[in-house]
Design a protein around this ligand. Sequence first.
Ligand code: C2E
Ligand code: MG
Ligand code: MG
Length: 280
Amino acid sequence: AAKANGKNTFVYFNDAINEKLMDKIQIQSELRKAIENNEFIVYYQPQIDLSTEKIVGFEALIRWNHPEKGILSPGEFIAFTEETGLIVPIGYWVLKSACCQLKKWEEEGFHNLTIAVNISARQFKDQDFANMVRETINETGINPGNLELEITESIALLDLEYSVAMIQKLKDLGVKFSLDNFGTDYSSMNYLKRLPVNNLKIDKSFLDSVTDNRSEQNIVQTIISLAQNLDIAVIAEGVEKNEQAQFLKSVKCNKAQGFLFSEPVSGDMADQVLKKIGTL
Ligand code: C2E
Ligand code: MG
Ligand code: MG
């Protein structure tokens, strides 16, 4: 019986691998078609200035409106696009869409709203990256000072020299930079002072227990004062509860983003959120 069981387990295991592989091949072929079929959507989540509680900008977050599965989050497909390199054309599509939305807001009179766009390692490493961003700015006619590019610490540290030069090149155009998911990777003082970023986004994981955990409070406070000493603004990510927002206010965190204020929403809904919460 043991032997039979073992054999069965092996068969199941094999099937599971096959199924996974088929899933992967299927998703990748669907992703290729998704670009042509215009199945991607950009959602926008507001970023709130904590001292005024008004909207100062939005983060662009991709969604895939899958023909059978409905709206999928990046966690369900972004890894596949990175493996295949499809993230590069998809990433430019997101950048272009976000800049078009920003232009619309600028034309409606919201001159100071910012748009943050997530940049993957593959895009950032592309020698042509700065040119593509410059072209997108020119084509859409946005104010480059309203565009923020988000990279993670691990992307920035792949090649620090290259990153500093690339960031500087884009900052010379007026574009701003944010360090996403701060605290989850390296977080060394030494590189932070060398990276010319404008914003640091404290990862959600630090906020989760911040209201009932003294050491978590100390960490957040330390990150904030470290950043502010370096002239870097701080955004807290994943703020869900009012107590978290109150704590962040008390330690002079500049901005916050999270379900407490709004979930990521479609461009049309973002207009309504903008009206409801207001802007500076
Ligand atoms: P991220 O850039 O750190 O974005 C923040 C994520 O946290 C978003 O997930 C957002 O919906 C979620 N979030 C915001 N507030 C809250 C909250 O209060 N509670 C909880 N539980 N979650 C909150 P999302 O949209 O699923 O995106 C996940 C990740 O996928 C992003 O993390 C980013 O790394 C990546 N991503 C999204 N859009 C793009 C894109 O256009 N290009 C690239 N390369 N990556 C993207
Ligand atoms: Mg981000
Ligand atoms: Mg993040």
